[in-house]
Design a protein around this ligand. Structure first.
Ligand code: MSP
Length: 689
């Protein structure tokens, strides 16, 4: 991060097929910390985030939720934005790919590539992964996607193609001339190896679905979702607009200084995006930084794996600073890192409550008590080597923190800052200001003033440095130090010895009350119950019942009743929209409904709504975990014939793989599920259609 007078940073734009979870929060928070620090360093900063709203995946998710795509994307995009607002994310703009400004800009990009001779019409016959919105070359029908392992779909389409093959050499030349373009090094090497292995032309339009941006002058086609999505980084600044204000903004901030992304979307950002830009004759971003994954229960946290943790759970209990600090301190940036509630609470108590919180409250309350809340004057005669050591360490901390932060070593930078916190807490214990205060002679008073001045000054230094990471608590400490608004502080000027002597402290309050162990259970419980609008259980999975008292079929019992966190039933819409947006028989036939017979049923430890079952579906016995424990005793279910959705991706609930879903109705106030069954006898494994 050099200081070119402006700084433009972006997050990926998030798909709106799922609610935000702490994986998305991680990237957004990292960018927020960087943006906040840049602003404090006096740099004109522009921070962009937003949502990626087109494509077949979103179209299908909307249909599954009984919504029109428009209604669905509005709802989920609103949830992302509301979460970022709640977390105090200081984004300057939030782009949605369904906004007219983006549609216009993405079309302008397509036209530019066409005019420059990089797009031609051809036909594509091959495999496509809808989940990753990725063309999978050289794979036969039904082959799994190399990225996510899901089955690919065969597509035969007349498409527009981008001459990616022509960009192979220009890309390799660019990578070699710009060694910092892709970071970290491992990702750079992977990208270079991928490009060296040969690039095939890329299909950049689709005709088999409608939910996308029409190709200019050929509306039968929609623009490939990744070309559409990547263009956001420029359309948000005004690319494609003739308005002078937009053109100025684009000229001011483009090229981006940092595109921050997760490692799974490296290929799109480091190969396709620069290839499009090179072909279009537009400047390339200065750097693309790929971070690792947040893991939960040992695999990447994601909706489809059913192992997500919601940010709201942590915001409601420990607050945003706890989450921000934990994610930046605990995860070595660039590598994968695990999330657990135990570790979160552990870090919170050791570093925030006992570390920084304790330093702030003991220092400030002693100044309040012994010096009537005025910052005391340090005495030159009452100085000891211990005071000097703290001053020196603080000076060193400032230098090291900046260097480490600028190299994206957030964990190390925070470790550096907390070494100062630990040293000052130790200094206070060793110098015993409370004992010095007992002695009433002049020298002791001078010594007391020096100890408390030194502690308060060190507190000020740490507070300023870590404000971009934990903005809330540091703003409060800053005002308790009598320094006013921390956002107005110029971080470039930070040095030892600037605390205003005689300044009046603000009212002193604890910033991080300790969390006890019960907090862990509380958070786990909250995760199990899910967000407020799905906590009511099957009610949410029953779109037709929303706003009516009609009973309805809830197919997603395993998800929404038992463990809503595994799949908060996203974006359900009112029943009227379901009528507007009917599905075809082909859509219905995609769902494989079968008769199953319960062979084993038992409660899941620590989850009062979940039952683990073994269900015979004729061809095999499946383990299914479902949220029906409040409605059924496990013993009474043995032998019962039920209906299951047999072709769903497996997902983990409470560490147990669930391989299917049970169909149930839900109605009434309590929303308890009632299992679907048959009056006549039916063979196990029979298909429902
Ligand atoms: N829409 C595309 C990106 C288009 S950018 C032009 C997309 N969206 S996404 O919703 O799947 O978000 C992916 C991004 O969310 C990751 O690249 C990463 O930044 C963040 N994360 C989602 N899950 C995550 C973890 N479990 N861990 C860390 N980051 C995670 O891909």
């Amino acid at each position: 991060m050099d200081n070119p007078g402006k700084f433009y940073i972006t997050t990926p734009i998030y798909y709106v097929n799922a609610r935000p979870h702490i994986g998305h929060t991680y990237t957004t928070m990292v960018c927020d910390a960087i943006a906040r620090r840049q602003r404090m360093m006096g740099v004109d900063t522009w921070f962009l985030t937003g949502t990626d709203e087109h494509g077949q995946k979103i179209e299908r998710s909307a249909a599954a939720a009984g919504c029109s795509p428009r209604e669905f994307v509005d709802k989920i995009a609103g949830e992302f934005r509301a979460l970022w607002d709640r977390m105090g994310i200081t984004y300057d703009d939030f782009i949605r790919t369904t906004e007219p400004r983006h549609v216009r800009g993405a079309q302008a990009m397509f036209t530019l590539l066409q005019e420059r001779g990089y797009i031609y019409k051809g036909s594509y016959s091959g495999q496509y992964c809808v989940f990753d919105e990725l063309y999978v070359d050289a794979a036969g029908p039904g082959a799994p996607c190399p990225e996510c392992g899901r089955p690919t779909e065969t597509v035969h389409e007349e498409n527009y193609f981008f001459k990616l093959s022509a960009m192979e050499q220009p890309l390799l030349k660019y990578y070699s001339e710009h060694p910092d373009f892709i970071r970290p090094e491992t990702r750079r090497n992977e990208v270079i190896a991928f490009v060296r292995s040969g690039l095939r032309d890329l299909s950049v339009s689709r005709t088999s679905f409608k939910w996308g941006i029409p190709v200019p002058n050929d509306p039968k086609h929609v623009i490939y979702v990744w070309l559409d999505a990547l263009a956001n980084y420029m359309t948000a600044l005004g690319f494609g607009s003739d308005a002078p204000a937009d053109q100025q903004k684009l000229a001011r901030y483009w090229p981006a200084d940092v595109h921050m992304i997760g490692k799974e979307i490296v290929r799109f950002h480091c190969v396709y995006w620069p290839a499009f830009l090179l072909a279009a004759g537009l400047p390339l971003p200065k750097s693309i930084i790929a971070h690792g994954w947040l893991l939960f229960e040992e695999s990447k946290m994601s909706k489809s794996r059913g192992n997500i943790v919601r940010s709201e759970t942590i915001l409601d209990t420990l607050g945003q600073d706890a989450l921000r600090y934990f994610l930046l301190r605990e995860i070595v940036f660039g590598q994968d890192g695990s999330f657990s509630f135990d570790a979160l609470v552990g870090r919170f108590n050791s570093d925030l409550a006992n570390g920084l919180g304790n330093l702030a409250s003991r220092t400030l309350s002693m100044i309040a008590r012994y010096f009537d809340s005025e910052v005391p004057y340090p005495s030159s005669t009452a100085r000891t080597p211990a005071d000097e050591a703290i001053a020196n360490l603080a000076g060193q901390t400032i230098v090291e923190f900046h260097t480490q932060f600028e190299q994206f070593q957030f964990s190390r930078a925070l470790e550096t800052a907390w070494s100062l916190v630990a040293a000052v807490n130790k200094y206070i214990v060793e110098n015993e200001p409370w004992a010095v205060a007992e002695r009433e002679d002049h020298d002791s008073r001078a010594r007391l003033a020096t100890i408390l001045y030194t502690s308060a000054e060190a507190l000020r230094v740490v507070t300023a440095l870590v404000h971009p990471v934990i903005p809330d608590a540091t703003a409060r400490i800053w005002s308790q130090l009598g320094l006013g608004e921390i956002d107005k502080f110029d971080l470039r000027s930070l040095a030892w010895g600037q605390l205003q002597l005689g300044a009046k402290l603000g009212p002193v309050q604890a910033v991080f009350p300790r969390a006890d162990k019960s907090m862990i259970e509380r958070m786990q419980q909250m995760e199990q119950e899910g967000p407020a609008d799905v906590a009511a259980g099957a009610k949410e999975t029953a779109p037709a019942a929303t706003g009516t008292s009609a009973p309805s079929l809830a197919t997603a019992v395993g998800e929404a009743v038992g463990a809503p966190r595994s799949s908060p039933a996203v974006g359900q819409c009112e029943s009227t929209t379901v009528l507007d947006d009917k599905i075809t028989i082909d859509d219905f036939l995609k769902v494989e409904l079968r008769v199953g017979q319960i062979k084993v049923a038992e409660k899941v430890k620590g989850a009062d709504k979940l039952l683990r079952m073994e269900v015979d579906i004729g061809t095999e016995v499946r383990q299914i975990v479902a949220g029906i424990a409040k409605a059924y005793e496990p013993e009474k279910l043995i032998g019962r014939k039920i209906v299951i959705v047999a072709n769903l991706q497996p997902r983990k609930l409470r560490g147990l793989e669930s391989n299917g879903m049970i169909v149930a109705a839900s109605f009434g106030e309590d929303g308890l599920p009632v299992l679907a069954g048959f009056l006549e006898d039916v063979p196990v494994g029979a298909k429902l259609k």
